[in-house]
Design a protein. Structure first.
Length: 242
């Protein structure tokens, strides 16, 4: 197998590359679409097949993954983009054109769907109330002490219930301004979703994330539509070199 090939970062509409963007990328175009590629050594991508843990920051794979995100974001600044799975490679431009040909209709539909949209993450966590002062059991009768414990357990359960209700209201309010929603589902969060939002709706979307008592709300983004594009090009792309 050849030692060099093309790393495929994303599919976008055919356009002129921004001269201020990454200097080594280029576009392979076909039928109005473009595959964003750069010539690479294929050997480092071989480790992806057997990788069982996240690489450290000084690992070549980590740097390649960060590079992947930088390239996708550079295109995303000005054009709709379909991010491809990290590690997608093709041997040459002929294969790149074949990939665009095979997935032309599906990719075009996805680009229309995400045009003028950005992905925002919204995460809500429970914020427990202030811890009440400790009570010395020796100062209370057994009945009084058990009553205090019941009251505190009931208050904690009520606070958790109110936090869950607040997270549900948050989701309901921000969903009104989103085109699509994807659950990310980290266990420690009451809410952990990605929202696909049209640029014209972003002001209302962000307003809807504010002023929710009982929960801490974290908003991240904007991101390329990583959570909303289910375009699998692996069948038409080359496997990493061995």
């Amino acid at each position: 197998m050849d030692s060099r090939g093309l790393c495929a970062y994303a599919i976008t509409r055919a356009h002129m590359l921004d001269p201020a963007g990454p200097v080594d990328i280029r576009l392979v175009t076909h039928g109005g679409l473009a595959l964003v590629v750069a010539e690479v050594e294929l050997a480092p991508f071989a480790a992806l097949e057997s990788l069982k843990w996240a690489p450290s920051e000084d690992d070549p794979l980590f740097m390649l993954a960060r590079r992947h995100d930088v390239v996708v974001r550079a295109i995303f600044e000005h054009h709709p983009v379909l991010p491809l799975r990290f590690g997608t490679t093709v041997p040459d431009e002929t294969a790149a054109v074949a990939l665009l040909t095979e997935h032309h209709a599906e990719a075009s539909a996805w680009l229309d769907r995400v045009r003028d949209h950005r992905e925002w993450g919204v995460r809500a966590r429970f914020t427990p109330p202030d811890r009440p002062a400790e009570v010395n059991p020796e100062d209370l009768s057994h009945t009084e002490y058990m009553a205090v414990r019941r009251d505190r357990l009931a208050a904690a359960a009520r606070a958790r219930r109110e936090g869950s209700e607040a997270a549900s209201r948050l989701h309901e309010e921000v969903s009104r301004h989103a085109t699509d929603i994807a659950a990310l589902g980290r266990r420690a969060s009451l809410l952990d979703n990605a929202y696909l939002v049209h640029r014209d709706a972003e002001a209302d979307f962000h307003a809807a994330t504010r002023n929710h008592e009982g929960i801490a709300v974290e908003v991240t983004g904007p991101w390329p539509p990583y959570s909303f594009v289910s375009l699998d090009v692996s069948a038409g792309a080359a496997a990493p070199a061995r």
